[in-house]
Design a binder for this molecule. Structure first.
Ligand code: G
Ligand code: G
Ligand code: MN
Ligand code: NA
Length: 253
């Protein structure tokens, strides 16, 4: 209960921050976007979302926190688009319950209008498990978001028992291969098989594919050889504060 009220205050006081992890296309050496990952700056402590997102979900605080994250990510993406002279979409992680809210579309539209930002500056990540748990109810919302111009990405793909038949009807743009398969790429032939299958699936459905959790050159090379050139992971950069990502970008890409 103490943590709950502290988290509530954190949101009001602006103690939540977004860090950004770049998505890299290794075939062109360019940054194609970034994923926003939330942290709680509590005094001089930086608290991981693993330690407060579950509580936020339980208490419903995740709703205002998600709206805050969407606004902040859109603001930052729009600023990068103007300062870098190219679109740099920022992906926000949303729990499936956000897609069930009747106010999601209107709120997003209002936020984008206020920022004068295009819908394409945001990408929305929903986990495969969250999506499949509530597919029928989430679907109309995905359709409207897609019509608005927001790309949907399925996070942790390969862990959540997707109905492949449904996948063909979903208005999604990207599959994000779960980190567990990337981690074992050099060691387990089974992981190579799963990753190969996901890449083929994405290709045949006309979806983009990205690998997350890339930590080694070997993983990068295997992925690139298998046909997945867009990647995210500690090999390239940890999630960074916006200003640090800008310095990283100037030095690296
Ligand atoms: O960045 P890190 O590895 O610490 O994130 C841990 C977990 O918290 C990941 O599963 C990530 O998806 C989740 N997470 C990070 N930021 C957000 C957020 O803004 N909203 C939600 N719902 N989850 C987040
Ligand atoms: O659940 P989601 O996929 O959104 O979680 C992203 C989480 O993965 C973040 O907490 C981020 O810090 C973490 N992450 C990003 N890149 C790597 C990586 O290369 N290795 C590991 N172990 N974690 C990573
Ligand atoms: Mn994610
Ligand atoms: Na993930």
């Amino acid at each position: 209960l103490e943590l709950e009220s502290a988290l509530h205050k954190a949101l009001e006081r602006g103690e939540l921050v977004l860090h950004y992890q770049p998505k890299i296309d290794v075939s062109t050496g360019t940054m194609t976007g970034a994923e926003a990952l939330m942290r709680w700056q509590r005094g001089d402590q930086l608290i991981s979302p693993a330690d407060f997102i579950p509580l936020a979900e339980e208490t419903g605080l995740i709703v205002p926190m998600s709206y805050w994250a969407l606004h902040e990510a859109a603001r930052q993406a729009h600023q990068w688009e103007r300062s870098l002279g190219m679109p740099l979409p920022v992906a926000v992680n949303l729990p499936s319950r956000m897609f069930l809210r009747t106010d999601l579309i209107d709120s997003l539209q209002a936020q984008l209008a206020e920022l004068q930002a295009p819908a394409s500056c945001l990408q929305l990540e929903i986990t495969e498990t969250g999506l499949m748990k509530d597919l029928q109810n989430v679907m109309p919302s995905l359709k409207r978001l897609n019509q608005l111009g927001l790309e949907i990405s399925i996070d942790d793909f390969g862990t959540g028992y997707s109905s492949l038949a449904y996948l063909t009807t979903l208005p999604i743009g990207e599959l994000k291969i779960d980190r567990s398969f990337i981690r074992d790429l050099g060691a387990r032939p089974e992981s190579v098989a799963v990753v190969t299958a996901i890449i083929a699936l994405a290709r045949s459905l006309g979806l983009r594919v990205i690998a997350e959790g890339v930590e080694t050159m070997l993983q990068m090379e295997v992925l690139n050889r298998l046909g997945c050139s867009v990647m995210q992971g500690f090999l390239f950069s940890r999630p960074l504060p916006a200003a640090d990502l800008e310095s990283w970008l100037r030095q690296t890409v």
